[in-house]
Ligand binder design. Structure first.
Ligand code: NAP
Length: 259
């Protein structure tokens, strides 16, 4: 299927690795010109090199922290006329809420709620003016089905989800859609770190922790980042203009609800 977005311009955040990189890859393959952003220059430059090798859309990169005012100013002083925005960054740490202080909450809200909102604020009016826009926020399955110990993520991302529900309805008449992708468990570097930490807490090997999780998963496997990347590219396509304000769960059926 031709997604009809060749030549569109995308800002893909948190894109040197993992889910953000997979989104950038799927978009570049569709001929979208991407600006990829992450904080660390060397892996980001390597990611850009891999994307250029696909010989799709143009690829540029910028090292910036999307959760900081300076980082976002840096991005938008370089380019602002994006047709597609993919918001993404790291997730907050896990722990027990009894140990979190106000500062921990503010950091999580800043990174996983206010930063995506600021990125949308900087781009959505231009999209509406030009009559086409696609915004996809990478959030988490924890928004729908809270994960024990991930209270900072569950809380901050739910705030973003509530905001997006309102924004989406106010922009779609001008050709702009806003949706959230909710990853379950995907095989990325972050996941490997999470399992290593869980294994250490439980006094078992990382492999034992992984096998225990897989045994309980209906698909008996984790998601591959490219599966999320292709879903993201479809949501950005001209064919997805009537999908708006949705929270799309990609978890292989792990969430046991009917709807
Ligand atoms: P990952 O493999 O660790 O990749 C994260 C990417 O984001 C890297 O490119 C990283 O590069 C960049 N990044 C992190 N913080 C950033 C910041 N402040 N500004 C700009 N770039 C930043 O992580 P992932 O597994 O793809 O996860 C992506 C998001 O999805 C996270 O928020 C995670 O909580 C969420 N999620 C993931 C899963 C999963 O199973 N993987 C499940 C649910 C939710 P630098 O570190 O160099 O900046």
């Amino acid at each position: 299927m031709d997604l009809g977005i060749a030549g569109k311009k995308a800002l893909v955040c948190g894109a040197s690795a993992g889910l953000g990189f997979a989104c950038a890859k799927a978009l570049v393959k569709e001929g979208v010109d991407v600006l990829i952003v992450a904080r660390t220059e060397v892996p980001l430059a390597n990611a850009a090199e891999q994307l250029r090798a696909l010989q799709g859309g143009q690829v540029s990169y910028l090292a910036a922290d999307v959760t900081s005012i300076e980082g976002r100013s840096h991005i938008f002083s370089t380019q602002s006329d994006f047709d597609i925005l993919i918001t993404n960054s790291g997730g907050p740490p896990s722990g027990d809420f009894r140990n979190w202080v106000r500062e921990d909450w503010l950091k999580a809200i800043e990174a996983n709620m206010l930063s995506p909102i600021e990125l949308m604020k900087q781009t959505v009016d231009g999209m509406m003016f030009r009559g086409f826009g696609r915004i996809v926020n990478i959030t988490s399955s924890a928004v729908k089905s809270p994960v024990d110990g991930l209270g900072l993520s569950n809380g901050a991302r739910s705030g973003l989800t509530g905001f997006v529900a309102g924004l989406a309805r106010s922009v779609v008449a001008k050709g702009v859609t806003v949706n959230n992708l909710l990853p379950g468990t995907f095989e990325t570097a972050r996941l490997a770190k999470n399992f290593a930490a869980q294994a250490a807490r439980q006094g078992i090997s990382a492999d034992a922790a992984i096998q225990a999780r897989l045994a309980k998963h209906p698909a008996h496997r984790f998601g591959q980042p490219d599966e999320l990347g292709h879903t993201c590219a479809y949501l950005c396509s001209i064919h997805a203009g009537y999908i708006n304000g949705q929270n799309i769960l990609l978890d292989g059926g792990s969430f046991p609800g009917v709807f």
